[in-house]
Design a protein around this ligand. Structure first.
Ligand SMILES: [Fe+2]
Length: 323
């Protein structure tokens, strides 16, 4: 075996989360959440954030879990942010005061949020909930918080410095006050974009609506595919995306009890992420099985095949570098 493929396997139950990943980490409604970096560091502000697979993929994958009525405060990204819901019910809201619109998403739902807009989310179910997040680029940059969030965070003792380091002022003294990131001024807020609920709904695909989006890949009727983002190609067949964002990665879903894809090779990064079922991956003759919430990064240029092996319907996300 030339490559240790178990080092490319991210079993969810073995991941090490950060408990205070962001500047808002001590605020009510944000303090009871965990952040996981599965592929790449993502945008975590915690210098000690554990990163499971550090190799550059052209995108980052992370996860967020939160207790009821907890989640992320309003922030903006400079690269794509695509949410994959695993459990619970998540309310997404947006705009600088969080009142421009909202959408509630559940297991298997996908939402791609545009760059340059403030968005927040909270778990509105009555149990701990989990979702995964795909961010664009090798370096997804830093996030921009709303002025109110930064002010509230500072009152809680948490301060973000201009090198994006996070300081807990109860534990560490700030040596240079001029390096604290200041809340944006009103005129700076004008450059952010605004969306209605109808606008954002165009970037959402709900699992309950999957029959509207499924495409059969003509492979003995075993495989149903939804292509969410960017062009997806498998063997000789190409699938057009349902969400028009240029993210630098494709996101697709393979569904079926006997779903499988025969051997193929790919030069760019490719990741399999399991929503349900059990998927056996063969990679240059080495086998690995992923279950719900697990992620596997396929070695570039390896000859790979996958098949669903449980007695149930299975759903597998395929994420590929496209830029
Ligand atoms: Fe985000």
């Amino acid at each position: 075996m030339s490559i240790n493929i178990t080092s490319r396997l991210a079993k969810f139950d073995e991941l090490i989360p950060s408990n205070i990943p962001f500047v808002e980490g001590k605020l009510k409604g944000h303090q009871d959440r965990k952040n996981y970096s599965v592929i790449g560091p993502g945008v975590s502000e915690d210098a000690k954030q554990n990163v499971k697979i550090a190799e550059e993929h052209g995108f980052n994958i992370g996860a967020v879990s939160a207790a009821p009525m907890n989640g992320s405060g309003l922030h903006s990204h400079t690269t794509a942010e695509v949410f994959i819901i695993h459990s619970g019910a998540w309310r997404f809201y947006w705009g600088v005061d969080g009142t421009e619109g909202e959408v509630i998403l559940k297991k298997g739902d996908i939402a791609s949020f545009p760059t340059n807009m403030f968005r927040g989310f909270q778990n509105v179910s009555d149990e701990e909930a989990l979702m995964f997040v795909v961010l664009g680029e090798n370096d997804p940059g830093v996030i921009t918080w709303t002025p109110k969030l930064l002010k509230d965070a500072k009152e809680s003792g948490m301060v973000l410095m201009n090198d994006n380091s996070l300081i807990d002022t109860e534990k560490q003294k700030i040596t240079d006050e001029t390096k604290i990131i200041q809340p944006l001024e009103d005129n700076e807020l004008e450059s952010f974009d605004h969306y209605s609920s109808e606008d954002i709904e165009k970037f959402v695909i709900r699992f309950n609506d999957k029959d509207k989006y499924f495409v059969d890949d003509d492979h003995y009727q075993s495989n149903k595919i939804i292509n969410y983002i960017d062009q997806f190609q498998i063997h000789d067949k190409s699938f057009t995306p349902n969400i028009p964002h240029a993210t630098g990665f494709s996101l697709s879903l393979l569904n079926g009890k006997s779903a499988h894809i025969h051997e193929y090779k790919l030069e760019k990064s490719e990741v399999y992420h399991c929503l349900s079922g059990e998927w056996e991956i063969d990679c240059d003759g080495d086998k690995v099985v992923i279950k719900e919430k697990d992620t596997f990064s396929v070695p570039k240029n390896s000859l790979r095949s996958i098949r669903q092996i449980s007695d149930h319907d299975g759903n597998l996300f395929i994420i590929r570098q496209t830029n």
